[in-house]
Design a protein around this ligand. Structure first.
Ligand code: FES
Length: 132
């Protein structure tokens, strides 16, 4: 998704081992970065249900992210919700250059992001599920 944002270096690749996750706060945005079997993924670090904070321990180290607030579960690779289905985390774009990990962090006010982008993305996932 082509959201408004800027690539920001979050850490080095060897700061996140396979199966690990780290939570960063960048420009007031919570950014969850995961190493899923060698692939670096990043999500806006808030749950699509009620914006619960996705702590690093939310990631099971394999393939699942479980929100600690009401236990919604998400696929760690796609960000789509598994239980319940029909929603999604908001994936953030990632670039790995050499040893450095860059994440495209939204550069608009958080309220605007939540209302126009995060909700929109979650809603679009619901629509896609209904249309299946
Ligand atoms: S806030 Fe995440 S499951 Fe409710």
């Amino acid at each position: 998704m082509n959201y408004p944002g800027t690539f920001v270096k979050v850490c080095n690749i060897d700061d996140i081992f396979e199966g690990e996750a780290k939570l960063f706060e960048i420009n007031k945005y919570d950014v969850l970065v995961l190493n899923v079997k060698g692939d670096i993924k990043a999500y806006y670090g808030r749950c699509a249900h009620a914006l619960g904070l996705l702590e690093p321990y939310s990631f099971d180290g394999e393939d699942r992210i479980t929100c600690p607030v009401h236990l919604w579960e998400y696929d760690a690779v796609s960000g789509k919700s598994i239980n319940p289905e029909g929603s999604s985390l908001f994936p953030l774009d990632v670039k790995v250059e050499g040893n450095e990990i860059f994440v495209k962090v939204p550069n608009i006010p958080q309220l605007e992001f939540k209302v126009k982008w995060f909700k929109m993305y979650s809603e679009s996932q619901k629509i896609a599920e209904v249309e299946k």
